[in-house]
Design a protein around this ligand. Structure first.
Ligand code: ZN
Ligand code: ZN
Length: 166
């Protein structure tokens, strides 16, 4: 078995792969978990009545935040959903709000999002040049996650460290 730095086998990001024989480093919070928590804090800013979602986009080295987002109405519009109709609240999705600001020429992005993406956001993520998508909660409809896999973008359900280092 290949050892993974953060002890999460699903996390195949290059920064998480250790050389043969090396031990996982579980003595401090993984950077992946730090960015996931940033996404969780951003979600608190959302004014969507249905679901509050936050997103952080970083570069491949996890050194730079390229963009952030949370779901909600367009800038300058009322801080509320347009409608109470399920599935048609009118809010821009968190991933859209982040990726619209992320530089297109930077490839191998990493997306951290509190909830697994819908199909349309998954397609946007594919086109944005992202290699890995970390999410805390799996949305009941997993077709977005399946789409990512089909497009060779790695989804990682990241929950192992959710309650540590608090
Ligand atoms: Zn909404
Ligand atoms: Zn979406």
């Amino acid at each position: 078995m290949t050892p993974f730095k953060d002890g999460v086998v699903e996390n195949t990001h290059p920064l998480n792969i250790l050389p043969d024989g090396a031990e996982p480093q579980l003595d401090r919070i993984p950077l992946f978990e730090v960015y996931m928590r940033m996404a969780e804090e951003l979600a608190k800013r959302s004014t969507c009545a249905r679901l509050q979602v936050g997103t952080v986009v970083t570069d491949a080295q996890l050194e730079n935040v390229l963009a952030i987002g949370y779901n909600g109405n367009a800038k300058g519009f009322p801080n509320q959903c347009d409608s109470t109709t399920p599935g048609a609240c009118g809010c821009l999705h968190s991933e859209v709000n982040a990726l619209v600001k992320a530089p297109g020429h930077i490839r191998d992005k990493v997306v951290f999002v509190t909830d697994s993406p819908c199909v349309m956001c998954a397609k946007l993520i594919v086109n944005s040049g992202t290699t890995h998508v970390f999410y805390r909660r799996q949305y009941r409809d997993t077709s977005g996650v399946e789409l990512l896999k089909a497009a060779d973008v790695t989804p990682v359900w990241y929950e192992r460290w959710a309650n540590e280092w608090r």
